[in-house]
Design a protein around this ligand. Structure first.
Ligand code: T4K
Length: 387
């Protein structure tokens, strides 16, 4: 534990950790299962293109989420692009700016303008009133993001979409294993998009999926994932290459049995952080609703105006100790250069996004982080704000 400010690396002491502690260190389920499945894959000489491990993986995900179709992909970004394309979106699509840049990029890469709407500062999710304000005759859809795994305002967004004839899909990259109203996230809107990137609490190295109850949409997505091939020499759709390879499906299958135990570790870390930080002035940890299933993948610390130390000073202090906390999703997509050019600043005011993006620090969690690590990290924060 760091017991005095003299022990802080920013004042010349040696760092608390000699090796970096990361946000998003991958969780690994059963190495033995993975190696067995990978061995069988080598024996079969079938590495990609709708192989048996992929098919098994898709069935398990669909079953687990209670959704009719899962189409697994090489990553969440391509899954988003294919979903956007398959839904026939064009013109303008409304998205939050307070999200990972991939949500906006997926639209941009499909020649669609992402129109950024502000968030509700208490949930960090899209504010339906702000969404309504951004609708124009060019709007064709809305992408809600279940940020930090907490459900976007699903009903309110669906109502707006229905009233204006818009397509609604969800970027559920953070929300695998989370639920809303007793239903797993995965079957809301026209479709939902998952990410299984290494940094997600459940990973397939890289990976993603489109999940939906709409059979026609699933079929279109499946075709687009594999160049539009409906059989040998028969292309019936324009498509791309979004396929998940067998070795990634093997990783997914070997991690699936460990989802609950990883969530348990995340929950333990989350409450340890939350309890300890609740005693510190000007700091709070974003709540999860215990009546819902959460994956506790992101521990989101908010640095209030009454905190004795700024967010950036805290980040610098932790980085000096080799605790590589992140400022997700600062400065907001609308402030990243590709989108700043699209929307000159005067044309787009997102006060809640800007305020939240300046307050947040995401702390390390997952199976690589022990209760002792949590105590050490909190002691660093406590000593820094005591200075
Ligand atoms: N929509 C949303 C809302 C998303 O958050 C994301 C991805 C997507 C869509 C797109 O899904 P994918 O196409 O990625 O499937 C990371 C992840 O790369 C990204 O998947 C994730 N969101 C985002 C929130 O975080 P970066 O740019 O922060 O990655 P990077 O390289 O800085 O790594 C993050 C941390 O993880 C570092 O501290 C290092 C550590 N790490 C990383 C890897 C890959 C490890 O310890 N081991 C590893 O193998 O985006």
């Amino acid at each position: 534990l760091i017991r005095s400010s003299d022990d802080l690396a920013i004042y010349g002491a040696s760092p608390a950790y000699s090796e970096p502690l990361h946000v998003g260190r991958p969780n690994v389920g059963s190495r033995d299962t993975f190696l067995r499945l990978a061995g069988e894959m080598f024996d079969r000489h079938w590495f990609s293109n709708n192989g048996p491990l992929l098919q098994q993986f898709e069935r398990r995900i669909a079953e687990q989420l209670g959704v009719a179709h899962c189409v697994a992909m090489c990553n969440g970004t391509i899954a988003l692009e294919i979903a956007i394309r398959a839904l026939g979106l064009s013109g303008e699509v409304i998205v939050p700016s307070y999200t990972f840049i991939a949500t906006a990029h997926a639209l941009h890469w499909q020649g669609i303008t992402p129109v950024f709407a502000d968030i509700d500062p208490s949930t960090h999710n899209l504010d339906p009133v702000a969404v309504q304000r951004m609708i124009t005759p060019k709007t064709t859809g809305i992408i809600g993001v279940h940020l930090w795994g907490r459900a976007a305002p699903i009903e309110a967004l669906q109502k707006i979409a229905d009233e204006h004839g818009l397509k609604l899909l969800f970027d559920a990259a953070h929300a695998f294993g989370c639920d809303y109203g007793g239903r797993f996230i995965g079957s809301f809107g026209a479709c939902e998009v998952l990410s299984f990137h290494a940094t997600k609490f459940f990973n397939t190295f890289e990976g993603g999926a489109v999940v939906t109850n709409d059979g026609d949409l699933a079929q279109a997505v499946r075709l687009m994932r594999n160049f539009g091939f409906a059989g040998y020499d028969n292309v019936i759709h324009p498509g791309t290459n979004g396929k998940m390879v067998e070795v990634c499906a093997a990783m997914g299958l070997s991690n699936l049995d460990y989802v609950d135990s990883v969530i348990e570790v995340n929950r333990r870390n989350y409450y340890a952080y939350k309890d300890a930080i609740s005693h510190l002035p000007g700091l709070s940890v974003l709540d999860f609703d215990e009546s819902r299933r959460n994956n506790f993948q992101y521990v989101v610390l908010e640095v209030g105006e009454d905190c004795p130390c700024s967010r950036d000073d805290l980040v610098d202090t932790l980085h000096a100790e080799n605790v590589l906390v992140r400022k997700y999703f600062w400065p907001g997509c609308h402030n990243m250069s590709p989108y700043r050019q699209l929307f000159p600043h005067s044309a787009l005011v997102l006060p809640n996004t800007e305020r939240v993006a300046q307050r947040v620090i995401v702390l390390p969690t997952g199976t690589a982080i022990s209760a002792d690590d949590v105590a050490t990290i909190v002691s660093i924060i406590a000593q820094r704000i005591a200075v």
